[in-house]
Design a protein. Sequence first.
Length: 482
Amino acid sequence: MNPELQRYAWLELSVQRLILLPLVLIGLAIALPKQATSFVGLFGFLTLGVMWGVRAAFGAIPKEVTDRTWDWQRMSALSPWTMAWGKLLGSTLAPWYGALISLGIFALAGLKNSPISIGQIILFLVGVAVSLQAFAMMVSLQLIRQPGFGQKPGNRWLGVAVSLFFFFALVVPASVLLTEAIRHFFRKGNTLEINVYWYQINIGKHLINFTLLSLYLFVGWSLLGLYRSMRIQQQYTNSPLIWLLFVLYLLTYAAGFAYNWERFLFQNPLMAPEFGGPLQQQLFPKFVTCMPLAIGLVYLTMLIEPKDPVGFRKLLQAAKERRILDFFVHIPAWFINVALFLLLLVLTLWAAPQFLKLTPQGYNINLTIFLWTIFFFILRDVSLILWNALSPSSKNSDFISIIYLFLLYLIFPNILNQLQFHDLSFYIMPLNYHVLSRSTPPNFLTLLFSAILQSALFLALCGIRWKQHFAKAEAAPPPAED
């Protein structure tokens, strides 16, 4: 038996929990009206299996760090995979105990006139819970590499919130199935009629099975990510190839759904795109569909990955000495994401029409200027996060970066709009309705120059802080000899 699983079984499955959980859940199912029994089972699973399970999975490793037991555990003889699945299942034993009882109540109660079978719903719920728990523990393993994270209990709920937000932002099938599950309450007739296309294949009739297959592929990727994060904790070296394959998988998967909106693009006379050829016409919607996902991955990895200056220095030294293998071993995931986004941007520019009507007023937007403006705003934000990470007091640098981004994209633009400085607000936050709704188009070329200047400013600040960091390290006196 897995030693970690055995240890957690003694700690988590107390007699009190073993008795009270079924007593409360079964008691509620009996006490409430018969029509509410299925709701008791579903709500119980979401509360115990998802909310409590994710909280337990995320908090397991930081708790070990706080109790000062993590160092000897990760240096034990257990393999990374044994440690990973033992921690994941062991820390969530009590939540799963209650969640499985809830699923039993839900299965026995059933759903009347539902186009989705009980078995499909259970598979979906279990897949979502396992994925979220594995993702939460993976994020916690990344965050404890940052100074002081594990010692602050409040950070655990922050990590759970980040895990839930980014996971649901990435997992498209979950939202598709939830939408489909809700639709049956409002449908007419005994069948669901919905057209959903994936690479021009109508998967509407098999949407539930397609969603389950997609979800369990994400379960596999989440478990693989957890395993790789545990390898880092046990001083193993990971190849960036797996992360690259995962990102390419996500982008390829998302691109398949472009057909659902590209027909509107081609059939809408107001947009009137003129492409360079049939290949560009086919690829442009797919590249545009991948853009938000690629941008989200950049911000995700920038915020949860450690940004160690010593690691950056090793990377630069390997590049300077042309040690290609060492360079790729030390390359951070966020750098791969920025490079892939830049490649995606270039491919989008190659496939894009020169002008496209995207605004309420219908005037043309030069896509080359527009897309490069997006890139330089992202470069500004990446530089801002790195500038905070290089701070002498960098314990809460990522949280401070989130506050800065919140100010830049929400607070400052709205204050400027309230003061009627709409043009100035436009140069901080380009998606400004007051400017884009005017009858005359704004000067997008000036916006591009503004984005370049802002990114150059923060890059320069990063360079100054980089020099200060290592100048201080080199000036420090050597440690005293015993």
